[in-house]
Design a protein around this ligand. Structure first.
Ligand SMILES: Cc1cc2nc3c(=O)[nH]c(=O)nc-3n(C[C@H](O)[C@H](O)[C@H](O)COP(=O)(O)OP(=O)(O)OC[C@H]3O[C@@H](n4cnc5c(N)ncnc54)[C@H](O)[C@@H]3O)c2cc1C
Length: 625
């Protein structure tokens, strides 16, 4: 192929999925001339699987992306068809907002944002090669011969690298959702010295709403309150569409068992490792054979389509078996299948080859983000895309990189897990992965991260003003509640407490302490005229911060200890084989991962506390020298 010079950019982002959109917008908004290249203009911010954003750990991620100046939260606020707060019976650390998206509107809104973004060009092409000089990126080459020069590249190729679709015994090269795969980029990455692995994921069939009998299902309506992901979206309630719940049964499971010899998962046709926490339906039936039924949610894919997503039934069984399985489920007896479920295998970059900035250790100014790093999930992809885009821009501007700590953000937890751990299945964020989850709540992401976003130039004046106003009111109100006190002699307060079925006061007590009582809700204090009827976000903060103050303080103490380890930096150029006293396994792992701090080193599997002590002594000696 004869190539031609097609232009020069500061940053090129390969891919227009959830990671690519955030990376490109961040880079352009930080003032870098940016190009986003995508295989298709129709797959921008595509949701090839569940049309939903948020849920446990993921809603925290979306709010963090928002606080840093990213796009996902605003985009889902504009395009959702249902919004629900889940886990409301549990503590604030695990409560989560979840939205059902109109996947077409989500795509259109994101495309509009990309195309109207200053400093950003969008191009449809297949990138085949990364060009480098002296192990530093210089540009990309597309299949049609366009050569773009650039200073930094962010690859966000999702599940497209050598994508292979599998349905029963049928297997063919393809990307998700009927798209083309990216055929050559994997080879270019291997030529650059990167090690790739192979994972698989799967998706359920889509069915025709007109063929579903909803009278046999349980309706799952949205919340009545106007909920939002972004701290700056207007509080408007969009008309809500319901989802529906039904269940598989003995007959469904028997159909699966009778056809296991045609399942590529069991015949060995599928070789890539899939996510254990999100098994296919056939895997669930086999692994949990004592379960009589599994939940199946029927979810609309948008307002302008009759296609519905069958959540809980991701499968790669042959098409005829898929249809039989569906028709054995209450409400789906006469169902028509619009799209067949499938599994997809794809190449990913083994993420221990990355620095915590998401730059590859091997090639300077080459960043990777999203599913290419072995993760799964739109939110995980968007979070990484944002950080990779920010760091690519900061590198081009020769500024200090942004690395979020595990104690600051779920994004920090995720990236640290990826670059430190042994990822042997598609990685998904779970609340259990975060050790400081009472601090990393979805409700306080703005308080944790907006200032960081402002410093790097992604938080605009409008968001900054809203944030500063909120912070000021909140701080003043907390102070006021702590200073406003009552004694047992205050009759109105005594009456109020009796009305709420809570003990009378024995000493002088502040309103802040009264709010800590489980029987007292912030809305009670508002109704009593004791607290101003402030914005809902402020009232929520007052309630959580007072009720959980003790636990929060404890976790803040733990974070101080943790940060001591995190702040002990390890120089990049250490040859661990020369550190006397380290175990062989530690030497091998440390040389491979090259941790940036003692904290990160201590989280590498195979590096034990004795190795950390040896390392601390070595670093101290080196420092004295
Ligand atoms: C079948 C299936 C089932 C899934 N199930 C779920 C699920 O249930 N829940 C969930 O949260 N996530 C699920 N996922 C994962 C989710 O879709 C991804 O994690 C998420 O979309 C990844 O975002 P990304 O930006 O990394 O990549 P993608 O969204 O896949 O975007 C990749 C982008 O890269 C572009 N691209 C690739 N190669 C090239 C190239 N060489 N040149 C130019 N452009 C290129 C593509 O055009 C595309 O725009 C599923 C994915 C698939 C495919």
């Amino acid at each position: 192929m004869i190539t031609y010079n097609a232009g020069n950019y500061d940053v090129v982002v390969i891919g227009g999925g959830h990671a690519g959109c955030e990376a490109a917008l961040a880079s352009a908004r930080m003032g870098c001339k940016t190009l986003l290249v995508t295989l298709s203009m129709e797959n921008i911010a595509l949701m090839p699987c569940n049309p939903s954003i948020g849920g446990p750990a993921k809603s925290q991620l979306v709010r963090e992306i928002d606080a840093l100046g990213g796009e996902m939260a605003k985009n889902i606020d504009k395009s959702h068809i249902q919004m629900r707060m889940i886990n409301t019976g549990k503590g604030p650390a695990v409560q989560a907002l979840r939205a059902q998206a109109d996947k077409y509107e989500y795509y259109r809104e994101m495309l509009k944002t990309l195309l109207s973004q200053e400093n950003l060009d969008v191009k449809m092409a297949e990138v085949e090669r990364i060009e480098t000089v002296n192990k530093r990126v210089t540009g990309i080459v597309t299949r049609t011969g366009a050569k773009f020069g650039c200073k930094a590249i962010v690859i966000t190729s999702g599940t497209y690298l050598k994508g292979r679709i599998i349905i029963g015994d049928l297997a063919f090269d393809g990307g998700p959702n009927g798209q083309f795969p990216a055929v050559k980029l994997s080879d270019s990455l291997r030529d650059l010295g990167l090690a790739l692995g192979r994972f698989k994921t799967g998706t359920p069939p889509r069915i025709d709403r007109k063929s579903v009998d909803f009278s046999k299902m349980i309706e799952q309506p949205g919340d009545e309150r106007p909920l939002r992901f972004s701290y700056i979206s207007p509080r408007v309630k969009r008309p809500q569409l319901s989802c529906w719940l039904t269940h598989s049964n003995k007959r469904t499971h028997q159909i699966v068992m009778d056809n296991l010899d045609r399942s590529p998962l069991f015949t060995g046709l599928i070789k890539g490792r899939g996510p254990r926490y999100c098994p296919s339906f056939e895997d669930k039936v086999v692994r949990f054979s004592d379960k009589k039924s599994h939940q199946i949610f029927i979810e609309p894919e948008g307002r302008s389509t009759d296609e519905m997503y069958v959540q809980g039934m991701n499968t790669s069984l042959p098409e005829d078996v898929q249809l039989k399985v569906l028709r054995s489920i209450p409400g789906l007896e006469n169902v028509r299948m619009i799209r067949t479920g499938y599994a997809i295998e794809y190449d990913y970059v083994i993420p221990s080859q990355l620095k915590p900035t998401l730059e590859t250790k091997e090639i300077e100014n080459l960043f990777t983000a999203g599913q290419i790093n072995g993760t799964s999930g739109y939110e995980e992809a968007a979070g990484q895309g944002l950080i990779a885009g920010i760091n690519a821009a900061l590198k081009v501007k020769e500024k200090e990189p942004l690395i979020l700590k595990r104690s600051e953000a779920y994004i920090g937890v995720m990236i640290d897990d990826l670059v430190t751990g042994d990822i042997d299945e598609p990685y998904r964020l779970l609340t259990s992965r975060a050790e400081y989850r009472l601090i990393l709540r979805q409700d306080n992401a703005d308080l944790r991260l907006t200032e960081i976003g402002r410093k790097i130039g992604l938080v605009n004046d409008y968001r900054w003003r809203i944030f500063c106003e909120k912070k000021e009111i909140l701080e003043k109100e907390i102070e006021r509640l702590k200073e406003t006190t009552f004694t047992p002699a205050d009759e109105e307060m005594a009456e109020f407490l009796t009305g709420k079925d809570t003990a009378p006061l024995r000493d002088r007590v502040s309103l802040w302490e009264i709010l800590k009582r489980p029987e007292i809700k912030i809305k009670d204090l508002v109704e009593e005229g004791l607290v101003d009827d402030n914005d809902l976000d402020i009232l929520e903060q007052l309630e959580i911060q007072s009720k959980y103050e003790g636990y929060i303080k404890k976790q803040e103490e733990q974070i101080k200890k943790f940060e001591k380890m995190e702040n002990r930096a390890i120089p990049e150029d250490i040859d661990y084989s020369e550190v006397f006293g380290l175990s062989n396994e530690a030497v091998q792992k440390l040389n491979e991962i090259r941790p940036v701090s003692i904290g990160q080193a201590s989280r590498i599997s195979g590096v034990n506390p004795a190795d950390i002590n040896v390392l601390l002594i070595f670093l101290e000696k080196k420092r004295r020298k």
